[in-house]
Write a protein that binds this ligand. Structure first.
Ligand SMILES: [Zn+2]
Length: 151
């Protein structure tokens, strides 16, 4: 069982961002790997200026979120970093699409992101559904994560 720890505060924040909007919303996850099967989100970044948000997709604005990410990572007393992506779905299942997989794999090969060994994808569906997946460099398969909500 691979676990993703998230605070209730952050989860509520994500659902707040998604709200009852008619377009997808997105952002990035800051956190750390605790051990092989345990990951923790320590910050949520909301992309307040995404590219082409529609009800079927959204492209995250890297330049916009980068400033927020840098500030959080530099000012954190913990050893945290960019660990993944989050976005909302309006229709269908609270599950990754083929485009989602493509985007994650693309980032993992991107030199600008220093080719991370793993990335987490968190998908939320307003008002209360959420799911998380772990993508690893050396694994072809995608691991579904168990979300552990903490106070
Ligand atoms: Zn998606």
């Amino acid at each position: 069982m691979t676990t993703l720890i998230i605070s209730l505060k952050f989860l509520k924040k994500l659902f707040f961002f998604a709200g009852d909007k008619d377009v997808e919303v997105c952002g990035v996850l800051i956190g750390k790997k605790i051990d092989k099967k345990k990951f923790k989100i320590t910050n949520i970044v909301y992309d307040d200026n995404p590219i082409d948000p529609t009800s079927f997709g959204v492209t995250r604005n890297t330049e916009n979120v980068y400033i927020y990410v840098k500030e959080i990572v530099e000012n954190s007393y913990e050893d945290v970093d960019y660990i993944g992506e989050w976005h909302s779905h309006l229709f269908g299942k609270c599950d990754f699409s083929s485009l989602d997989v493509e985007s994650i794999r693309y980032i993992m090969e991107d030199q600008d992101y220093q080719k991370p060994n793993y990335l987490i994808l968190l998908i939320i569906k307003f008002p209360s559904q959420s799911s998380a997946f772990l993508f690893e460099k050396k694994q072809k398969f995608i691991t579904e994560m168990v979300l552990k909500i903490e106070d």
